[in-house]
Design a protein around this ligand. Structure first.
Ligand code: NAD
Ligand code: UGA
Length: 435
């Protein structure tokens, strides 16, 4: 198959590289010429484990290429995937669909008569209908189909998620488009991934519902963690105790500083807004959004309390800035709100992140960055683990104890056993654990 991916970001680049690894011919198009120039020189613009090798292998095999010029790529495509951003619209929280519609207006005049547009970007229900309206307006004679094909990969585990998905959702009522999409994903369902064929609006709702449900699960366990702290219970044991019930499941029950990232925050908000537009109140999701926002500020207060009630003039060493490990993505990372709140309280913030520093520097001013955890901790009044990178799981606590000015460890990801940390002379504060 000949596949074109519009947008070579986290989703487009990973999906494009994986499709080419399955033997399809893929051209990734991005309007960001610097990004394309970098990709053509085998420089990967994002950090995603395994992606550099995957791209290199498929470029060498002649199955994967990059261009900033849609007109050179789109005409021969069987399927054109849309993988452009759908960020929150400034001010009102609706999904900003301007990148989607601009891309559609650009590709439709270039497409084959019977091509397929497959939307991988996360979009509110009804967006496919509007894309179809634009297609009919620009190409009334053509039989171009518009399919919803939401993507469920996670950053940091994106290649594995793409290649071994729990399911593939394809939203279309068009029999030809169904057959084409079945062919695109044939290598995957031969790997036993179920193909779920549904209507287009259903596929659009599935994506928002999945993200909102996962965000709700995290927020629920975070509130249970707050209760555990007050009553001397242990949230990790509670998560295990409920997660063993197959109806609940063990995943997405890790209490922490609140969910972040490029998707849960914007998608929960966009779901609320688009449901409201259809006259439906999303009270559960609204509460999730509010509780998660408050939680990030509450995490800063946790640090202040651990530091004896004030951080004014104190040095706080923050380990981990990205919204989760194994990515360089800083979008809506909890570290952003936590650090700003600490700075508002007069703290001097030192920070280290294995991959996120260059994005962090653009977002967080007045932070001093260090190349490793130990230099970051030197002279600090507290260490705060915000993101659970593997490199922070086996820190030499005895060495840290000698480097710190005050031995306080605030572990917002419950990485360390409290007793072990205390044995090294630290004050330990975790999430939802007896201390
Ligand atoms: P991103 O910002 O990393 O990448 C989007 C890319 O699209 C950018 O490189 C941009 O230059 C390019 N672009 C925009 N308009 C274009 C156009 N007209 N022509 C060519 N290129 C264009 O975004 P992302 O994180 O990959 O997310 C893309 C979509 O996928 C979003 O809707 C998101 O919600 C969804 N999604 C993301 C993830 C994730 O883990 N990041 C997972 C599932 C779904
Ligand atoms: C999430 C979904 O998991 C993907 O299925 C989806 O495709 C994607 O959003 C999307 O639509 O973009 P992602 O944001 O990359 O993926 O990463 P997650 O692993 O879901 O983590 C999101 C946030 O939740 C992180 O801040 C993470 O630390 C937090 N989290 C996750 C918890 O606090 N506890 C958990 O148990 C799990």
């Amino acid at each position: 198959m000949q596949i074109v991916m519009i947008g070579a970001g986290y989703v487009g680049l990973v999906s494009g590289a994986c499709f080419s690894d399955f033997g399809h011919n893929v051209i990734c198009v991005d309007k960001d010429e610097d990004r394309i120039a970098a990709l053509r020189q085998a420089r990967i613009p994002i950090f995603e484990p395994g992606l550099a090798d995957l791209v290199e292998r498929n470029v060498r095999a002649g199955r994967l290429s990059f261009t900033a010029d849609a007109s050179s790529a789109v005409p021969g495509a069987d399927v054109v995937f849309l993988a452009v951003g759908t960020p929150s619209r400034r001010g009102d929280g609706f999904a900003d669909l301007s990148f989607i519609y601009a891309a559609v207006r650009e590709i439709v005049p270039l497409m084959a008569e019977n091509g397929v547009i497959a939307t991988k970007s996360t979009v509110p229900v009804g967006t496919g209908d509007e894309i179809e309206r634009i297609v009919r307006e620009l190409r009334p004679e053509a039989s171009i189909a518009v399919v919803s094909n939401p993507e469920f990969l996670r950053e940091g585990a994106a290649i594995d998620d793409f290649k071994r998905p729990d399911r593939i959702v394809i939203g279309t009522d068009d029999a030809c488009a169904r057959a084409v999409m079945g062919e695109v994903y044939r290598p995957l369902y031969l790997n036993a991934a179920p193909l779920v064929f549904v209507s287009r609006p259903t596929a659009e709702v599935i994506k928002y519902a999945a993200n909102a449900f996962l965000a709700t699960k995290i927020t629920f366990i975070n509130e249970i963690a707050d209760l555990c702290e007050q009553v001397g219970a242990n949230v990790s044991d509670v998560a295990r105790g409920i997660g063993l019930d197959k109806r609940i499941g063990p995943k997405f029950l890790h209490a922490g500083p609140g969910y972040g990232g490029s998707c849960f925050p914007k998608d929960t908000l966009a779901l609320v807004k688009s449901a409201n537009d259809h006259g439906v109140a999303m009270r559960v999701v609204e509460a999730v959004v509010a509780v998660n926002d408050q939680r990030k500020r509450a995490m800063a207060r946790k640090v202040v309390t651990a530091c004896g009630g004030s951080v004014r003039g104190k040095r706080i060493a923050v380990l981990g800035l990205t919204f989760k490990p194994n990515t360089d993505d800083m979008r809506e990372a909890p570290s952003l709100s936590i650090i700003r709140a600490l700075q508002d309280g007069g703290a001097i913030v030192h920070a280290h992140d294995p991959e996120g520093e260059s994005q962090a520097r653009e977002l967080l001013s007045d932070v001093t960055y260090f190349a490793d955890a130990y230099s970051c901790a030197e002279g600090a009044d507290a260490i705060v683990i915000v993101t659970e990178w593997e490199a922070f799981r086996a820190l030499d606590l005895a060495r840290l104890r000698t480097l710190l000015h005050t031995p306080v460890l605030v572990d917002l990801r419950n990485v360390y056993p409290p007793d072990e940390v205390k044995r090294h002379g630290f004050t330990y504060v975790g999430i939802g654990r007896p201390t």
